[in-house]
Write a protein that binds this ligand. Structure first.
Ligand code: GDP
Ligand code: GDP
Length: 435
């Protein structure tokens, strides 16, 4: 399970520019991978081989002008709750404003590790000016950086990564870890309670290694797995918190510590932007997915209701549509066992390893049937392929000119893999490598 770094600060200090630099993404690029990339406020970063999550708290839209301060306050509080480290960003070209002070006052009360980042320090004069920020009195140092040209970010990341807590993996490592996620009121606690309530004796609390996750071992009907739950699943939003921000933030830790996530949707609402944001988190973490359409008891049914509903959900999830969808009622416990069975199948799919010889035999044929179209007059040849020994399915294709293989062709390869082997519910990564 990784560390979570949150970027906080008032608008316009450069939070999203810094986020893009850390995660290597650009806002302008949408749908650049085979997965969905609708959520551009959450991403993965890597520094010296240490992977961690980054959240741009400012990326969550604010409602209106008068609740401005209030919104920032909530976002900072949530960041304090959920993140392991906080980057507090200020603007050296602008100096310290009242809003900066307000954010600083909240952060001062937190025990989390905070790094004071003096952004827009684009030249040596501005780097010198950043010393002014020592007066804020937060953190051990001031880190002058320029998110635009990248200077100073290395020193900042060295410090952040050096302070990371080593997070130990829990016991029972060979058991599947399954989590129920979804926005508020979809029925997460009802589902967990219904499963646990089937027989109180089938569950035992497993000592979790982190203060905020509860892991429960579930043994029944031939199933043996760990149900991952975090404090976040149980906590309800207090006031009218920005709901998207709330449910996305609260889901991160749960998703990171699971192998398979059951994404619960509310049948009476269909699939909404927030659900897709959570799906995006799951895909970015390369975890398995089962879609559970809950409260199905509330839907009036005609002949094709279920089929139509399912089709609509798959359309919205495109291009990642090879996912089990189960219609449930947590209230009447209808098909909850089916959800567990699907989750365990997805877990097995995620562990699947295809031998290099079998992979080459099948995929060479697929490539002969449909060759990578030559671009700019270049003849493209894929020579061989192998599944990498990573936890989540990742395939490397060795090719003469990897940079010329288009995303659409990668999607063809992915579909061929899915057609020939069972990877339902599992995001697949495809890399083109030079040979
Ligand atoms: P946010 O509202 O905190 O997310 O701020 P943005 O990332 O949207 O940045 C606000 C403005 O500051 C944009 O015009 C950025 O181009 C600019 N900006 C961000 N970082 C830097 C920097 O390091 N140097 C300079 N000169 N401008 C920056
Ligand atoms: P959570 O916020 O995701 O944990 O959602 P809860 O489990 O607290 O459920 C929110 C509300 O939806 C509660 O009033 C539940 O009784 C209700 N609910 C949950 N599952 C179902 C269901 O399958 N059918 C119906 N009709 N109501 C449900």
């Amino acid at each position: 399970m990784g560390n979570i770094v949150a970027i906080v600060g008032r608008p316009n200090v450069g939070k999203s520019t810094l986020f893009n630099r850390l995660t290597g993404t650009r806002k302008a690029i949408v749908n650049e991978t085979s997965g969905v990339t609708r959520d551009r406020n959450y991403g993965k970063a890597d520094w010296n081989g240490q992977e961690f999550s980054v959240i741009d708290t400012g990326g969550y839209s604010m409602n209106s002008e008068d609740v401005f301060d209030e919104e920032i306050r909530k976002q900072v509080m949530l960041a304090i709750d959920e993140a392991d480290a906080i980057l507090f960003v200020l603007d050296v070209q602008h100096g310290i404003t009242d809003l900066d002070e307000a954010v600083a006052n909240i952060l001062r009360r937190s025990k989390k590790k905070i790094y004071l980042v003096a952004n827009k320090a684009d030249n040596s004069e501005l780097i010198y000016a950043a010393n002014e920020f020592y007066s804020v009195g937060i953190g051990d140092a001031v880190y002058p950086i320029s998110s635009v040209n990248g200077s100073g970010t290395g020193d900042l990341l060295d410090a952040v990564v050096a302070d990371f807590e080593v997070k130990l993996e829990e016991d029972n490592e060979d058991l599947p870890r399954i989590a129920f996620v979804g926005r508020p009121n979809v029925g997460k606690s009802s589902t967990v309670n219904a499963l646990v309530g089937i027989d109180r004796n089938i569950v035992t609390d497993v000592a979790g290694t982190t203060r905020d996750s509860i892991h429960t071992r579930f043994q029944k009907f031939g199933h043996d797995f760990i149900m991952v739950d975090t404090a976040g699943v149980r906590k309800k939003p207090k006031v009218t918190e920005n709901l998207e921000f709330y449910s996305v933030m609260r889901s991160i830790r749960t998703i990171e510590s699971a192998d398979v996530c059951v994404l619960i949707l509310d049948a009476t609402r269909g699939i909404e932007a927030q659900d897709l944001s959570i799906l995006d988190l799951i895909i970015k973490n390369r975890k398995g997915v089962v879609i559970m359409i809950n409260k199905w008891d509330l839907i009036e049914k005609e002949t094709n209701t279920m089929k139509d509903f399912e089709q609509e959900i798959r359309n919205r999830m495109a291009p990642f549509t090879d996912v089990p969808i189960v219609f449930t009622s947590a209230l009447s416990k209808q098909r909850l066992i089916k959800v567990l069975e699907s989750a365990i199948e997805v877990y097995e799919n995620r562990m699947r390893k295809i031998s290099t010889s079998e992979l080459n035999k099948v995929m060479q044929k697929a490539i002969e049937d449909f060759r990578p179209p030559s671009t700019k007059g270049k003849f493209l040849k894929i020579k061989y392929m192998t599944q990498l020994p990573t936890l989540a399915p990742t395939f490397a294709f060795y090719c003469n000119l990897p940079q010329y293989i288009k995303d659409s062709y990668k999607r063809y390869l992915e579909n061929q893999i899915r057609k020939n082997w069972e990877f339902t519910g599992v995001p697949i990564q495809i890399f083109m490598r030079k040979k």
